[in-house]
Design a binder for this molecule. Structure first.
Ligand SMILES: [Zn+2]
Length: 270
């Protein structure tokens, strides 16, 4: 009898252990960073803001071709090769049914993949992301520039403007960091719904409504432009950074230029 009790006791213990392991595995799977597909950001960052502007002009208000279809074709093919495909798209031929003519299978495969990326990662699509500065601002591509005499590199874009200029959230997500740190000064970090970490630094003031761990929607106030942290002696600016889920900081310049363009193009705001 005693042995039997021990056995059933063990099996209950084993069952509980298995349950705990299963629950833990589930939790890990649920909370792990999304897998980063290697071709996504190299492709998106290779698209110049100027190409986006050209496509916006081409698509106009008629929108006979979908935005992602047009941008995929224009960013993958030369004008000569793009033209016949765009004509087919204008005739409402589905993207997957396009007649490729002399284009190689590989090029058509790249084209399909680029379209898929543009749909799943809509950084360049109108109205998906907001430009973070509300008001007059100027910025250039300073990603990778030396900081502290070469000790570190600049991992973002500096958007200059008047102290107090309102700053808004470019992408809805959860407030992950809030308050003071040495370099960033008054800073806010948002874990966007796309998995990326959006970093806003040197703020004059943070919006008092922000609570760590709570949601902030796209376009909601972050705070106001300032020069806090290591920007104490520099002109007022917003330091804006994007960190991918795998920890890599990407150059946000071209995205910012496109978002600013969409803000200023009311015709493209649906
Ligand atoms: Zn900066």
């Amino acid at each position: 009898m005693r042995t039997k009790n021990n056995v059933s006791g063990l099996s209950v213990l084993a069952k509980i252990s298995l349950l705990i392991i299963a629950a833990f595995t589930f939790w890990v799977l649920l909370h792990r960073a999304p897998r980063q597909e290697k071709d996504v950001y190299p492709y998106l960052l290779s698209i110049s803001p100027n190409l986006v502007k050209i496509c916006a002009q081409e698509i106009g208000t008629a929108k006979t071709v979908s935005w992602e279809d047009l941008l995929a074709v224009r960013s993958t093919l030369s004008e000569e090769n793009a033209r016949p495909l765009i004509e087919q798209l204008q005739k409402k031929i589905a993207f997957t049914e396009l007649t490729s003519g002399t284009l190689s299978k590989q090029i058509m495969k790249d084209l399909q993949r680029h379209r898929e990326i543009l749909i799943r990662y809509p950084f360049l699509t109108p109205n998906k992301y907001r430009f973070p500065v509300v008001g007059k601002t100027w910025f250039e591509d300073s990603f990778g520039a030396d900081r502290e005499g070469g000790k570190r590199r600049h991992e973002g874009t500096d958007l200059f403007g008047a102290e107090g200029t309102p700053i808004i959230n470019c992408r809805g997500g959860i407030i992950e960091q809030l308050g003071w740190n040495r370099l960033g000064g008054e800073r806010v970090g948002i874990r966007g719904d796309d998995g990326n970490y959006y970093y806003y630094a040197h703020l004059q003031a943070i919006s008092p409504k922000l609570v760590k761990g709570k949601r902030l929607e796209t376009g909601e106030p972050i705070g106001s432009m300032g020069h806090t942290g290591d920007a104490l002696t520099t002109p007022d600016h917003l330091h804006f950074g994007i960190e991918l889920p795998d920890g890599e900081w990407i150059d946000p310049y071209s995205f910012l230029a496109v978002w600013q363009f969409w803000e200023e193009s009311p015709v493209n705001r649906s």
